[in-house]
Design a protein around this ligand. Structure first.
Ligand SMILES: [Zn+2]
Length: 253
C-alpha cells in the first residue's frame, strides 16, 4: 500500500499544481478584456472629439448659408429702393426711401460682420478638426499593433488553458473518486491549497497543526482520506516519500 499511498499523494499534489496554473491562466485571460477596452476607449475618445468638432462646423456653415440668403434678400431690397429713388415725386417720399435705404444698409453691414466672424470661427474649427483627425489616425495606427498583440496573447492563454484542462482531466481520471470529491469541494470553496503533504514531524503541511499519531501512521502507510481537523485540507504522505518514486504519468495511476 505504500506505493499507492505515495502515488496518490504525488498525483493529488500534481493535480493541485495544475489547478493553480489553471486559476492563474484564467485570471490572465480575464485581464485582457479591460486592457482591450482601454485601447479601444482611447481611439473612441479621439473619434468622439473629431465628431463633435465636425458637427459644430456643420452648424456654423448652416448659419452662414442663412446669413447669405438674408444678405441676398437685403441686396434685392436695396435694388428696389434705388429704383424707387429714381421715381419719387415728393420730398417726403424721398426722405422715406432714404430712411429705409439707411436701415437696410445697417442691417446688411451688421450681418456681413457677423458672417465674417462666423467664417473666422469655421476656419479655426476646421483647423482643429484637421488636427483631431490626424490624432485619430495616429491613435488608430498606434492602437492596432497593441490590439493585435493583446488578442494574440489572449489566444495563446486560451490554448494554454485548454492544454492544462486536458492535463487535469488526465490526472483526475486516475484518482479515486472519493479523493476527487473531497478535493473538488475544497478547490470549489475557493481555497488555494486543497492538498498538503504532512511534514516530517507529523504536522499538517498547510496549517502546521500536529496530526494525531495514529493518523500520522496511516498517512505514512496506507494514505486514507485524511483531512486536517484544524484547516480542512487533504493531508498526504510527506514529501520525502515521493522522492523514490518515478514520476508517474496520469495514465499509470
Ligand atoms: Zn491543517
Amino acid at each position: 500500500m505504500t506505493t499507492s499511498a505515495a502515488s496518490i499523494s504525488v498525483v493529488l499534489r500534481r493535480l493541485q499544481s495544475v489547478d493553480l496554473q489553471i486559476r492563474e491562466v484564467r485570471g490572465r485571460i480575464g485581464s485582457f478584456d479591460p486592457q482591450l477596452a482601454e485601447v479601444d476607449a482611447t481611439v473612441q475618445q479621439l473619434g468622439a472629439d473629431a465628431e463633435t468638432t465636425s458637427g459644430r462646423v456643420e452648424e456654423l456653415r448652416t448659419e452662414e448659408r442663412r446669413l447669405q440668403r438674408t444678405s441676398s434678400d437685403m441686396q434685392a431690397r436695396l435694388k428696389k429702393l434705388r429704383e424707387r429713388a429714381k421715381v419719387v415725386r415728393t420730398v417726403r417720399e424721398e426722405a422715406a426711401v432714404q430712411a429705409e435705404t439707411g436701415h437696410v444698409r445697417r442691417v446688411l453691414d451688421s450681418e456681413e460682420q457677423e458672417r465674417i466672424n462666423l467664417l473666422d470661427q469655421v476656419k479655426r474649427l476646421e483647423d482643429r478638426l484637421a488636427s483631431q483627425q490626424t490624432a485619430l489616425e495616429e491613435g488608430k495606427s498606434a492602437a492596432e499593433p497593441r490590439r493585435r498583440e493583446l488578442v494574440a496573447e489572449r489566444d495563446a492563454a486560451h490554448e494554454e488553458l485548454a492544454a492544462l484542462e486536458d492535463r487535469r482531466e488526465g490526472f483526475a481520471a486516475g484518482i479515486d473518486s472519493r479523493y476527487m470529491r473531497v478535493y473538488d469541494n475544497l478547490i470549489r470553496s475557493g481555497r488555494k491549497a486543497a492538498v498538503a503533504p504532512m511534514a516530517e514531524d507529523g504536522a499538517c503541511g498547510a496549517c502546521f497543526s500536529v496530526i494525531p499519531l495514529q493518523l500520522q501512521n496511516e498517512i505514512r502507510t496506507s494514505a486514507p482520506l485524511v483531512i486536517c481537523e484544524a484547516c480542512g485540507v487533504i493531508v498526504t504522505a510527506p514529501e520525502e516519500t515521493d522522492q523514490g518514486d518515478p514520476e508517474p504519468s496520469p495514465a499509470e495511476t
